[in-house]
Write a protein that binds this ligand. Structure first.
Ligand code: IFM
Length: 723
């Protein structure tokens, strides 16, 4: 269970930093090397610390002071990975323990050899704690060593300064404490670093550091440790005091590492998807996904998951539909309390969503396309300049990608269905359903006796400002139907819901058997997309065509109707799904990282397990590929969630419709698959081979399960075989 890079390559430096991020949902530390390198982007983030300063269009997740840097000198020579004499280089993130390790041998210009090992681990239970260790072993002769380490506030988000340094202190000669405040959002931040050695302190240019010098005997080891604590005013009134207090307690790297490793062992025991595959990479990709899902997700309802987790500055730390549709299901079926917490985040932000609806003359709640701490719209107005047209591209998602409203409602119902938690529904779910349903009542327009939804962007962002996007209309119907089922509001409102549902236009199959993605899509010209499909993810099409030209053709960036098939598998019959999957996939470039895994699920459901497997494997490579810059700005959080979705809802073949249905579709390469799945308050163990299925749970409570069309009752154990 390791992500390894056994060669230092400056070109890969930021990819490594992203992929091997350590964290715990509260904080994330990019896996930057301890030394400074020219293109290395350091990143240290705490969920919820957003700021918007002059010159920044929207709030950004603040990149916090650097705590990783460590300057090492041996006999006066500064250590660098660019030194020509480095052997036995190994660097890996052990997913099973959450520990990042780098070890190597270095020969100085004077000809002496040293073994240098750096370790890093983030505590899982004490969320504010991070530990670092450096071990230097002189292999040739005695030496003099010096290290410089501390807290470096000379940081920014791509040049935007967000922090004011308020105070820097040293306590007990080995505890450095720094106090910061964000410039506009006025959040306080206390950072403390406990060192296992004391030295000369300096504090200037927003940097506080200790310089330690020591002699070290041959075959002895120099062990240097740093334990860092970070608190903010989002948790405590006096973060400086909290950080200082925490750092004044003596603790070793090994103690912190032992506790963190125990937490990870518990996590994997309960939540690992175990695959016996011909391709070992499948297991690694699933482990990588689960690891990142765990470290990207806060367990506090005031916060949600950023599109890049806490691994980089990409998308400014904003929250998208990615959370409810791609990430939440992993938690729903593994740790339902976290799924509830993610929906509470939306509940607590209803004010911003209602305000956005009001500003746009709608009723109810129009959730922002991009959300941060406040819950108000955070989508930037413009994207990068299109090098073909020379024009800044307007981002229309905030104005039209309104399906996010129904996506949130979908997640509310998904949660209710899986947990049967009436209390959650009464306390949070109903209000979310009511406000989102009210939005759709006002969003629809009546045209010749039917309700239509105009001027939207569906999930496919290569098609803009269209009427009656099928995904949006069906999800809106589901939203309003759910509100009616839950009887939110008064009888007058129920009548309005009924009227909406009776009159809403739901695009259905045409004479050719196709469901129109929207009113105009099928009448647009078709072009050969094979070159672009081969280079999926690169948005190459935008260097050959302007955005408008892309919009005006049958070109999809990502799953749209296919997304609807995934979420509402019971609405269409098998033949319709099959025909439309072929048709729309042909026109989909998969330039969005959210696309292939969803196609894999739907392909598996139409019994195209091998095609599904191809798409699954491609989805696994969104971050885990050899290309140096695909993940520089952070991991693709939703894509990692979707890898888990593809395994569970694609290959294990789970569909949820009040009862659980299982139609296994393992690809040929998979001999076996086992995982745990939380459903209706029960924790089930599911074990599959090509032709068998064993379900076990701890209680005798009867649970109906449909397997390949036949209904069974699961008590403690159910064994099923296809033959
Ligand atoms: O939410 C997605 C969107 O669907 C495609 N562009 C990237 C966003 C963030 O991941």
């Amino acid at each position: 269970m390791k992500i390894e890079f056994n060669q230092f390559d400056e070109e890969m430096i930021n990819k490594e930093a992203t992929l091997m991020t350590t964290g715990n949902g509260y904080l994330g530390v990019r896996a930057v090397h301890e030394e400074k390198y020219r293109n290395q982007d350091q990143g240290f983030f705490v969920r919820g610390i957003f700021d918007q300063t002059v010159g920044t269009e929207t709030a950004e997740l603040v990149n916090l002071p650097d705590i990783t840097e460590l300057e090492l000198r041996i006999n006066g020579e500064i250590f660098s990975l660019n030194s020509p004499q480095i052997t036995d280089y190994q660097r890996f993130l052990d997913l099973s323990t959450g520990e990042l390790v780098r070890s190597l041998k270095w020969q100085t210009e004077q000809g002496d050899w040293f073994k240098i090992t750096n370790k890093r681990i983030v505590s899982q239970k004490k969320k504010e704690q991070i530990a670092f260790q450096l071990i230097v072993e002189p292999l040739s002769r005695d030496c003099t060593l010096s290290v410089k380490a501390g807290i470096d506030g000379q940081v920014s988000n791509g040049g935007n300064q967000h922090l004011i340094e308020r105070d820097l202190r040293v306590y007990d000669e080995c505890v450095l404490v720094a106090d910061y405040e964000t410039i506009e959002s006025h959040l306080s931040l206390g950072l403390a670093m406990r060192l296992n050695k004391s030295g000369a302190i300096s504090a200037k240019n927003r940097k506080i550091q200790t310089s330690i010098q020591e002699a070290c005997q041959r075959k002895d080891a120099f062990v240097f440790e740093k334990v860092v604590y970070v608190y903010s005013s989002l948790e405590t009134d006096d973060p400086f005091k909290a950080a200082k207090k925490a750092a004044q307690q003596e603790i070793t790297y090994e103690e912190i590492a032992a506790a963190a490793k125990e937490s990870w062992a518990e996590f994997w025991l309960a939540h690992r998807v175990v695959i016996d595959s011909e391709n070992a990479f499948d297991q690694l990709a699933l482990d990588f996904s689960c690891y990142h899902l765990q470290i990207m997700t806060p367990d506090d309802p005031q916060f949600s998951v950023a599109a890049k987790g806490l691994t980089g500055e990409g998308y400014k730390g904003h929250v998208f539909w990615d959370t409810e549709i791609f990430i939440l299901p992993f938690f729903l079926h593994n740790k339902p309390a976290i799924a509830k917490s993610l929906l509470k985040y939306r509940y607590f932000r209803l004010a911003g969503a209602k305000e956005k609806a009001r500003q746009n003359d709608y009723q109810g709640a129009l959730f922002p396309w991009e959300s941060a701490l406040t819950g108000y719209e955070e989508t930037p107005k413009y994207a990068a300049i299109n090098i073909r047209t020379g024009k800044r591209q307007i981002i229309s998602s905030a104005a039209a990608e309104h399906h996010i409203v129904a996506d949130i409602a979908y997640a509310v119902m998904d949660l209710y269905q899986a947990t049967a938690d009436q209390e959650f529904m009464d306390q949070y779910g109903k209000e979310l359903l009511k406000e989102t349903a009210l939005f759709w009542l006002s969003r629809g327009v009546e045209v010749n006796g039917r309700i239509e939804i105009h001027d939207v962007i569906g999930p496919d962002e290569y098609t803009e400002h269209v009427d009656n996007n099928a995904y949006t209309n069906y999800l809106a119907a589901h939203n309003v139907r759910s509100a009616l089922e839950q009887q939110v509001g008064d009888p007058k409102l129920h009548q309005q819901f009924e009227y909406f549902l009776e009159h809403l236009y739901l695009p259905n199959i045409n004479a050719e058997g196709l469901i129109p993605q929207d009113d105009t899509f099928l009448s647009k010209p078709v072009i050969d997309l094979s070159t672009y499909k081969e280079q999926a993810g690169n948005q190459l099409i935008l260097s050959d065509y302007s955005r408008q030209e892309v919009i005006d053709q049958q070109i999809l960036k990502q799953a749209d109707l296919v997304m609807l098939f995934y979420l509402q598998p019971y609405v269409f019959d098998f033949a319709t799904i099959k025909q439309n999957l072929y048709y729309y996939e042909d026109r989909t470039i998969h330039d969005s990282s959210l696309s292939k895994a969803i196609h894999a699920i739907v392909a598996a459901r139409i019994h195209e397990a091998e095609w599904a497997y191809e798409m699954f494997q491609a989805a696994c490579k969104i971050d885990l590929n050899d290309l140096p810059h695909t993940s520089d700005e952070g991991i693709h959080g939703a894509a990692l969630g979707a890898v888990w979705l593809a395994a569970i809802f694609g290959f294990a073949g789970i569909t949820k419709n009040k009862v659980l249905e299982i139609n296994p579709q393992l690809p040929k390469a998979w001999k076996r698959m086992s995982f745990q799945f939380h459903w209706k308050g029960e924790n089930m163990a599911i074990d599959l081979t090509q032709d068998t299925l064993v379900l076990t749970k701890k209680t005798k409570k009867k649970l109906p399960i449909v397997i390949e069309g036949a209904t069974y009752s699961l008590e403690e154990k159910l064994e099923w075989s296809r033959k």
